[in-house]
Design a protein around this ligand. Structure first.
Ligand code: FES
Ligand SMILES: [Fe+2]
Length: 369
């Protein structure tokens, strides 16, 4: 674990589409890279290295002009929405040096999510972000949790947390905590989809008596249930729960939810985490028809998230001590976590090996002539 930092060559979700207002600059750090992002007047989201190519002033703290150009707040270099420098006030009578452009960071907007590829841009050719159809399906009520979590922990700890329901008791005791959950047998499924290896846990149970909070969300007292947790990519973990009275899964009686966990590494010890909750349109809790099931889940979920944050932050602190003879214990219930970690470590190793040696920095002669 300690050798793991992050995977660079991956599409990571940097926000929901509605978070990117036209002509509003946003700055973020992803995989140790400072990035400036904005939505152009034409509606496209564009992203570049946040450092002005002159003296590294942060462009996310600069200004978009009425003509759509980005003007650096230090000496006024202007860039168009392709990242090309188009004006240098201090030498307006000279040609623009060819080094005067910003490094483009690949961005893709799909299914209400804006994705970013912080690694080698040539490596994303032919690879699309995973679909998140739940975010745009008209038959569902889909709602992002209002809080965006910034946690001082490595994002692999979060992915492991999301694949692991054996921590529901005791960490989530009192809300989604349910000791009986830990007794449900876990099947592990692995595969590859759209260029990414995935890991899925499947828990199937029949004639299960639902704990009170699930009964309130999904109505029935005794159910058959299929509960899956999937690391789709290092940027997306999908949790699906479907329940129905015994023998009725797959019929109109089915109820349930999907949680999309959208996460990216800020650096090796910080992450950003967003959650989208969805359930069938028209479904309401058992005793409160004034709000949707999605809303009811959202109303309690921030408490669950706070408990996970509490644990992740503490784990990260302990990760930072040298191992010195410490060795981690893997239990039977950790099989999916272990595979997820192996997959991400092998992705990291492969891309680090493929990296070219660092180039020497050259001073652009024409800019100082
Ligand atoms: S640092 Fe941006 S114009 Fe000089
Ligand atoms: Fe949790």
């Amino acid at each position: 674990m300690s050798e793991f930092e992050y995977v660079r060559n991956c599409w990571y979700p940097i926000g929901f589409s509605e978070e990117f207002e036209t002509s509003k600059l946003k700055g973020l750090k992803i995989a140790d890279k400072p990035v400036v992002v904005w939505r152009t007047e034409e509606g496209e989201v564009v992203a570049f290295d946040d450092r002005c190519c002159h003296k590294r002033f942060p462009l996310s703290e600069s200004k978009l002009l009425d003509n759509g150009n980005l003007e650096c707040a230090y000496h006024g270099l202007q860039y168009d929405s392709s990242g090309q420098c188009v004006e240098i006030p201090s030498q307006a009578d000279r040609p623009i040096p060819k080094q005067a452009h910003l490094r483009n960071i690949p961005v893709c907007e799909q299914d209400r999510i804006v994705w970013m590829w912080p690694g080698d841009p040539s490596a994303c050719e032919g690879i699309a972000p995973p679909r998140t159809q739940e975010a745009v399906d008209e038959n569902l009520t889909a709602m992002p949790l209002p809080q965006v979590v910034h946690s001082p922990s490595n994002y692999l700890l979060l992915i492991e947390n999301l694949l692991d329901i054996s921590h529901f008791y005791p960490l989530h005791d009192g809300n989604i905590g349910d000791r009986a959950n830990s007794d449900i047998p876990v099947q592990l499924e692995e595969g590859e989809q759209d260029g990414f290896k995935y890991v899925r846990t499947i828990r199937e149970v029949e004639n299960y008596k639902q704990p009170p909070y699930f009964r309130e969300w999904f109505h029935y007292e005794v159910i058959d249930r299929v509960h899956t947790h999937t690391m789709v990519t290092p940027g997306l973990t999908r949790v699906v729960m479907n329940v129905a009275p015994p023998g009725q899964l797959g019929t109109d009686m089915e109820r349930g939810y999907t949680l999309l966990h959208l996460h990216y590494p800020v650096d090796k010890s910080n992450l950003v985490w967003r959650i989208l909750i969805s359930s069938r349109k028209g479904h309401t809790p058992l005793n409160d028809t004034s709000r949707s099931t999605t809303q009811a889940i959202a109303d309690m979920f921030h408490a669950v998230v706070a408990e996970d944050e509490w644990a992740l932050e503490r784990q990260q602190k302990m990760m930072e001590y040298p191992d010195e003879g410490y060795s981690e214990l893997f239990l039977g219930s950790d099989a999916a976590l272990r595979r997820a970690r192996q997959i991400m470590l092998s992705m990291q190793r492969a891309e680090r090996q493929a990296e070219p040696a660092p180039r020497r920095v050259r001073v652009a002669q024409e800019t100082i002539a």
